[in-house]
Design a protein around this ligand. Sequence first.
Ligand SMILES: *Cc1c(COP(=O)(O)O)cnc(C)c1O
Length: 389
Amino acid sequence: MSPRPIYLDNHATTPLDESVLAAMLPYFTEHFGNPASNSHVYGWEAESAVKQARQILADAINATPEEIVFTSGATEANNLAVKGIAEAYFQKGRHLITVQTEHNAVLDPCQYLESLGFEVTYLPVQKDGLIDLTELEKAFRPDTILVSVMAANNEIGVLQPIAEIGAMCRDRQILFHTDAAQAIGKVPLDVEAMKIDLMSLTAHKIYGPKGIGALYVRRRNPRVKLAPQQHGGGHERGMRSGTLYVPQIAGFAKAVELAIAEMPSETERLTALRQRLWENLTPLGVIFLNGHPTKRLPGNLNISVEGVDGSALSLGLQPIVAVSSGSACTSAKTAPSHVLTALGRSPELAYASIRFGIGRFNTADDIDKVVNHAIATIRSLRKQASLVG
Ligand SMILES: *Cc1c(COP(=O)(O)O)cnc(C)c1O
């Protein structure tokens, strides 16, 4: 069997950390109780694990435990935030503001709300992927109820100026939601300092399990009202019914704890690996960096390669390195990445892009192997293209 390719797709998902798995295992078997069962020790044990996890998550973002609502992940958290606010505040206004480069888990709920009669402004981004705060300023209306801007982009890793956006929203008494699925555990997040009212989180981008996430919902000044999107037994203060998934919750908390503890050293290590990757690829010539050079996630490098076909590039890389294109699918039949086209990239350059997501388990040796293979692949594809072209 040939060796498995080097995994550099850590923005799609990450492997589970061994110590996260160890934290989860007892809750599948021995401590299997339902945290809502309050008449026996099985329930109490589970409830105690959930309580501890809630505290860890709250501490990680400077919130209180009552402000954490567990969900199945960031997709659900985004839906709950965007639709839940629209339903709770429609009598106050029917206008929302978001950004063209958001994840589909924000864009699709916004489009759904448009079909119900809400109005949504989709802010453009500058060439480096950052929003222009004067554009945001111009977009505010008296009937604006929510601004949703992601903390870190999942394709180009760009970090938006969350604290500035939060302050602008709070001044106008407009609620501010941020999708922090890629940001938690990788950059500091503080809901007080950044004036965040709602924040979506997920575990599986930080070496935690899939299928668990959370929505932070502010309860103090202002107290955010939210219309639940899943009704039932009234779990999570009525905001999200359903029996809590205790093993995943224990794993989520462990993953966040680990990522926060390692953040300073990992930031330095991953930034150096990213720099090594970029510098060693530049001899290729005519490759372009997508997104701001420094205001980005430490482990993210996204490039467009001139003179090669996107699907041939993807095919050529695949035996040695697991990466993805800026777009989820490189087939010419589907649209190019909405993020890269929002930066002003041509469809050709958007297709011929590579998103490298360097993670906790990658080494300098991985990077060197990937560089050698990428250079060989791209040179050979360019040669073929010049022969036929
Ligand atoms: C992965 C991701 C999501 C979706 O999260 P799930 O937990 O997989 O539902 C949403 N937003 C961003 C920015 C992401 O990277």
